[in-house]
Design a binder for this molecule. Structure first.
Ligand code: ZN
Ligand code: ZN
Length: 132
């Protein structure tokens, strides 16, 4: 079991299974929706996903036909994406609060990737913000 929440804390969810494999999605719509180089995602069975709090605070955006991205109306955090016709939901891994031991296994949709980000490039790793 693991759980997650949005930035403002109004929306919380729970997933009643072990964490599943993760990957970094570089598709155009993930980049735009998250305003980021990529979105880390984890597919879980719909049957084990549940909203614990704040479901009435959710908004959604249909980013491609049948695919809705759900986010908190209060703070804008992207939480899951889902196609109604499928038995799975895509968790936005950045919203998970539980400790996850697994590591992402793949970068995908790199054909859509940001021109300024190269997953092969190693960067300095700082414990806090960039010093002045
Ligand atoms: Zn929120
Ligand atoms: Zn994507």
């Amino acid at each position: 079991m693991f759980e997650g929440s949005c930035l403002c804390g109004q929306v919380k969810y729970e997933v009643d299974c072990e964490p599943q494999p993760m990957g970094h999605c570089h598709c155009h719509t993930c980049r735009k929706a998250h305003s980021a180089a990529f979105s880390t995602v984890m597919s879980v069975p719909r049957a084990v996903f549940s909203w614990r709090q704040g479901e009435d605070q959710l908004s959604s955006y249909e980013s491609s036909p049948g695919k809705k991205r759900f986010f908190c109306s209060g703070c804008g955090s992207q939480l899951i994406a889902s196609r109604e016709a499928t038995d799975y939901v895509l968790i936005r891994v950045g919203s998970i609060d539980s400790v996850i031991k697994q590591r992402p296994k793949v970068h995908f949709w790199c054909s859509d990737g940001a021109s300024w980000y190269d997953p092969e490039e190693e960067l300095p790793i700082l414990p806090k913000g960039v010093p002045d």
